[in-house]
Design a binder for this molecule. Structure first.
Ligand SMILES: NC(=O)c1ccc[n+]([C@@H]2O[C@H](COP(=O)([O-])OP(=O)(O)OC[C@H]3O[C@@H](n4cnc5c(N)ncnc54)[C@H](O)[C@@H]3O)[C@@H](O)[C@H]2O)c1
Length: 473
C-alpha cells in the first residue's frame, strides 16, 4: 500500500470502519460446517464431462463426504481415465451418458461438458428424475431458454444449480449485503474486466489444436459450440452485476473483434460491452487477449475482478482461484457536503455531514480490506488467540497483510448442492440466476454480431417454435 494511504494510529474513523467491515462479514460469511455423513446419507452422483473443469471439480469433490461418486462419463477416453484417477474410488465409466443415466443408484448428476451440449444433457438428466448441477452457461440458444424453463417447471422437486461460484463466496455475499444496506450509497456503476495475455502465455483451453472444428477439444473457439469470451468469462461477471443491482439489464450494446488470434477460430478475441440496467445503472465490461494487467489491488493480482462504485464508497473484488483466494477492498468516498445558502453579502459556505466519523479530514482514503469472521472477537478467546486476532486485524488494517477468503467458493457451491439435494432448499445459483446469465450471454453476442442495442425482452420472442436441434456428438 502506498505510504500516503497508510492509516494513522489516531484514525478512529478508520478503525470504526474496519470493525464495521468485519461485522458485516460476520453476518454473512460464517464458515460452512460440514457434518460427516453416514454412507447411506451421501448423495450418490455421476459426472458427465471429465475434461478440464470436470477434473477440477472432482479434485474438490474428493474431499467432500456429503457426496459419493458412483459413475463418470466422457466421450474422450483420456479425459475419462484422468477423471477416474482424480476421484480415486474406482467409479463405473461410460462413453455414452444415456447409459450412465440408466443406472438406478444415482441421486444427482453434474453436467460439465461443452456449452452446446448443456441443454440436451441437462434435459435428459431432469427427465431421468435426478438433481442436476450444470456448469455455466445453462443454455446456448434462445429456444433452449424456453425449453429448459418449461421443463424445470414440470420438475419442481429436482434441484437445478448453475456453476456460478461467486454466488457462494462469503466476500461477494458481504458486498451484496453492503450494497443492500446502503453502505456504498447509491451504486450506479460497476466495471468488470477479465484480461488475459494469450500471446505470451497461451492458455491450453483457448489454444487451437489440430483438427479445427471437428476436434471437440477446440469447442471453445468455434461459434457452433461456444459463446466465446462472453460465455466463458463475462458470464461470471454479468451475474455479479445482476446480483448487485438486483435485476437483469434493460439492454446491451458492444463491440467484439478478432484481431490477434487468427488461427481459424471464429469467436472474438476481444470484447467490450455496456449493459444498461433499470434506473440507469451500468455495467461496463472488457475482456481482451493481449494483456493481463488488472488495475485493482495496487496491481497485485492479474486478469479478473470487479469494481462496484457507489456514491459513498467503492469495492474492488475478485474471486481468485485455488492459489489466490478471493480478496475485497473497500474505499470510502469523500463525505457528503451540503451547501448553505450564504447570507446576503457573505461568501458561500460548506459543511461536512457526519464529520465526527471522519477523523482524516474528509478526503478519499486508502483501501480497507474486508475481513472474514475468523478475526472477529467472540469473547471466548484465550489470551493468546485474542492477541493473534488483534495482531492480524492491525496488520490487515495497515495493508501489511491482506485478508483472504479462507474457503474456496467452489467447495461451498459443491457442499451446498449436496445439502440442497437433501433439504430441497432452492440453490443460490438456481434456474433463474443461471437462465438470466445465459440470456445475457446470448444477447451480448447478438449485440456485437448485429452492431446494435439489444433489449433483454427480445428474448421472449426469440427461438419460439424452434425445436432445440443442434450439433450432436
Ligand atoms: N465455473 C467455472 O469457473 C468454469 C471454469 C471452467 C469451465 N467451466 C465450464 O465447464 C464446462 C466444461 O468446460 P471445460 O473447460 O471442462 O471443457 P473441456 O473441453 O476441458 O471438457 C469438456 C469435456 O466434456 C467431454 N464431452 C463433450 N461432449 C460430451 C458428451 N456428449 N458426453 C460426455 N462427455 C462429453 C469432452 O470430451 C471433454 O472432456 C463449460 O461449460 C465451461 O464453461 C466453468
Amino acid at each position: 500500500m502506498p505510504q500516503e494511504n497508510m492509516p494513522q494510529d489516531n484514525d478512529l474513523s478508520r478503525r470504526d470502519l474496519i470493525k464495521a467491515a468485519g461485522a458485516v462479514t460476520a453476518m454473512t460469511a460464517a464458515p460452512f460446517i460440514q457434518k460427516v455423513k453416514a454412507a447411506n446419507d451421501q448423495v450418490q452422483y455421476g459426472i458427465i464431462g471429465t475434461g478440464s473443469r470436470g477434473s477440477y471439480l472432482l479434485k474438490h469433490l474428493k474431499e467432500i463426504d456429503a457426496g459419493h461418486c458412483v459413475a463418470l462419463c466422457d466421450i474422450r477416453p483420456t479425459a475419462l481415465a484422468h477423471g477416474v484417477e482424480t476421484i480415486g474410488n474406482n467409479p463405473a465409466t461410460y462413453s455414452d451418458y444415456h447409459e450412465l443415466l440408466n443406472r438406478k443408484d444415482l441421486d444427482a448428476v453434474f453436467v460439465i461438458t461443452p456449452l452446446f451440449t448443456h441443454y440436451r444433457i441437462t434435459r435428459d438428466v431432469l427427465l431421468s428424475g435426478r438433481h442436476v448441477f450444470c456448469e455455466k452457461c445453462l443454455v446456448f440458444k434462445p429456444d433452449e431458454v424456453h425449453g429448459l424453463r418449461a421443463l424445470a417447471q414440470e420438475h419442481p422437486k429436482q434441484i437445478l444449480q448453475t456453476g456460478l461460484q461467486r454466488r457462494y463466496s462469503g466476500f461477494y455475499q458481504t458486498v451484496k449485503d453492503m450494497v443492500d444496506k446502503g453502505i456504498l450509497g447509491n451504486v450506479h456503476h460497476i466495471h468488470a474486466q477479465w484480461h488475459r495475455n494469450m500471446i505470451n502465455k497461451p492458455s491450453s483451453l483457448w489454444t487451437m489444436k489440430p483438427g479445427g472444428e471437428s476436434n471437440i477439444e477446440n469447442w471453445r473457439v468455434y461459434r457452433s459450440m461456444s459463446g466465446g469470451l462472453t460465455a466463458e468469462l463475462t458470464s461470471h461477471q454479468v451475474d455479479v452485476a445482476d446480483w448487485m443491482f438486483g435485476s437483469q439489464p434493460d439492454f446491451v450494446m458492444g463491440l467484439g473483434s478478432l484481431d490477434t488470434l487468427k488461427d481459424g477460430r471464429d469467436v472474438w478475441d476481444n470484447i467490450q460491452l455496456i449493459y444498461r440496467y433499470p434506473n440507469g445503472q451500468k455495467l461496463t465490461y472488457s475482456s481482451i487477449s493481449t494483456n493481463q494487467f488488472l488495475p485493482y489491488f495496487n496491481g497485485s493480482r492479474p486478469e479478473m475482478g470487479e469494481v462496484i462504485m457507489g456514491t459513498d464508497g467503492t469495492i474492488e473484488i475478485t474471486v481468485g482461484d485455488d492459489v489466490h483466494p478471493a480478496i475485497a477492498w473497500w474505499y470510502r468516498e469523500p463525505p457528503k457536503t451540503a451547501t448553505v445558502q450564504p447570507a446576503a453579502g457573505k461568501k458561500e459556505d460548506h459543511f461536512v455531514a457526519g464529520a465526527t466519523m471522519v477523523a482524516s479530514g474528509g478526503g478519499a482514503v486508502g483501501p480497507i480490506p474486508l475481513l472474514t469472521s475468523e478475526v472477529n472477537m467472540t469473547g471466548n478467546e484465550g489470551f493468546f488467540d485474542k492477541e493473534v486476532k488483534f495482531a492480524k486485524r492491525w496488520l490487515y488494517s495497515k495493508g501489511v497483510m491482506v485478508q483472504e477468503e479462507p474457503v474456496n467458493p467452489v467447495d461451498t457451491e459443491l457442499k451446498t448442492f449436496f445439502q440442497n439435494c437433501r433439504d430441497g432448499q432452492r440453490p443460490r445459483a438456481d434456474l433463474e440466476v443461471g437462465m438470466n446469465d445465459a440470456v445475457a450471454v446470448i444477447l451480448s453476442n447478438l449485440a456485437m454480431d448485429d452492431g446494435r442495442k439489444v433489449y433483454f425482452n427480445e428474448i421472449d420472442k426469440m427461438g419460439l417454435g424452434e425445436k432445440p436441434a443442434r450439433k450432436t456428438l
